[in-house]
Design a protein around this ligand. Structure first.
Ligand SMILES: NC(=O)c1ccc[n+]([C@@H]2O[C@H](COP(=O)([O-])OP(=O)(O)OC[C@H]3O[C@@H](n4cnc5c(N)ncnc54)[C@H](O)[C@@H]3O)[C@@H](O)[C@H]2O)c1
Ligand SMILES: CC(C)[C@H](C(=O)O)[C@@H](O)C(=O)O
Ligand SMILES: [Mg+2]
Length: 356
């Protein structure tokens, strides 16, 4: 079993180091090989996703990814920007199914900005389509407008698109996941305005015929954003497109206490996966040793479960995370009165110690 370790930029480097520490403590036999990605790869090789990094990812059973990006690269031509590395990996490896579970651990009920009764016991799963939508649609670019409100003016445009097979496969992933949970899927769209999402809704409705044991509801994305903070426990599995899923999963992260708690798995049709926290490189706190490594450590647990067939080891990590939270250890993002503030490395060490 081979794991490609791609820490990336900013806090990516700090949090992946903790996840690697935890993986090494499991005494399992897998090979880990690291490579540069994002801004770090751009600095060293002139490209955010060098061939060597992409080839390592392709040749591995799983990829452990940190985060990419920094404000200082925002003026680069788009193909050279660090974010193109994660988009390129998703595209080249066909990682279309993104699982972002929002679970509120009992010990962190007080860390959320929401009332405890709203989030206590929360366990929802956002399934985000990851290789289509306005993120990848062509054409896109800048030009001089020939029509619209201001003919002759500079304008920019992107293309939102989804094909039937793309929607069918992510809908099946969502219905299958719901079958193993509370048997309810909420498909989030904007069918009242966008043709792409009327089509999304129609195709999800068609696929639902194969899953009569699972309840399906449709919800507009604006209402979903509101319902997520009004009554989050009413959701079970949420399935949505690439852009809405990006936004709703960051919103859902605050239901768990912090964006530093939300792991993710991005899978392709052959079970190969990329595992990363849902957050970014957090340049505002990078290098300070205070980032929460738990989303990345929990992503490593998802990697053991989904790509490496090591369910027992995945559960060991998840239990250890709960144990350190029960011990009252908190990075600053989840710290509250009466708990002990620790840094990134101390948190990782505590998880290692808590592994049974
Ligand atoms: N998959 C990825 O690599 C990925 C994901 C999101 C954003 N980004 C990139 O990251 C850079 C920063 O973006 P942003 O600031 O909008 O989003 P961000 O997720 O990096 O940070 C948002 C806020 O959350 C905090 N935060 C994030 N992770 C944390 C953690 N583990 N512990 C404690 N606090 C944490 C940050 O300090 C910041 O205040 C940008 O270049 C962006 O493109 C990359
Ligand atoms: C960095 C960016 C390309 C990425 C996305 O928009 O998918 C990030 O926000 C995420 O959620 O993984
Ligand atoms: Mg995002």
């Amino acid at each position: 079993m081979k794991i490609a370790v791609l820490p990336g930029d900013g806090i990516g480097i700090e949090i992946v180091a903790e996840a690697v520490k935890v993986l090494n403590a499991l005494d399992l036999s897998f090979e880990m090989e690291s490579a540069l990605v994002g801004g770090a790869a751009y600095e060293a090789h002139g490209h955010p996703l060098p061939d060597a990094t992409l080839n390592l990812a392709k040749a591995s059973d799983a990829i452990l990814f940190g985060a990419v990006g920094d404000w200082k690269y925002d003026k680069l031509d788009r193909p050279l920007r660090p974010e193109q590395a994660i988009l390129g990996l998703r595209k080249h490896l066909g990682l279309f199914a993104n699982f972002r579970p929002a679970i509120c651990y009992e010990q962190l009920v007080g860390a959320s900005s929401l009332k405890p009764e709203l989030i206590s016991g929360l366990d929802i799963l956002i399934i985000r389509e990851l290789t289509g939508d306005i993120y990848f649609g062509q054409p896109r670019g800048r030009r001089v407008a020939t029509d619209g409100h201001f003919p002759g003016a500079e304008e920019a445009f992107d293309t939102m698109r989804y094909s039937r097979p793309e929607i069918e496969r992510i809908a099946r992933v969502a219905f299958e996941a719901a079958r193993k949970r509370n048997k309810k899927v909420t498909s989030v769209d904007k069918a009242n305005v966008l043709e792409t999402f009327q089509f999304w809704k129609d195709v999800v409705t068609d696929v639902h015929k194969e899953y009569p044991d699972v309840a399906l509801e449709h919800m507009y994305v604006d209402n979903a954003a509101m319902q997520l903070v009004k009554a989050p426990k009413a959701f079970d599995v949420v399935v949505t497109g690439n852009m809405f899923g990006d936004i709703l999963s960051d919103e859902a992260s605050m239901l768990t206490g912090s964006i530093g708690m939300l792991p993710s798995a991005s899978l392709n049709s052959s079970g190969q996966g990329l595992y990363e926290p849902s957050h970014g490189s957090a340049p505002d706190i990078a290098g300070k040793g205070i980032a929460n490594p738990l989303a990345t450590i929990l992503s490593a647990a998802m990697m053991l479960r989904f790509s490496l067939n090591q369910e027992a080891a995945a559960q060991r990590i998840e239990a250890a995370v709960q144990k350190v939270l029960a011990q009252g250890l908190r990075t600053p993002d989840i710290h509250s009165e009466g708990t002990t503030k620790v840094g990134t490395a101390e948190m990782g060490d505590a998880v290692v110690k808590a592994l049974k």
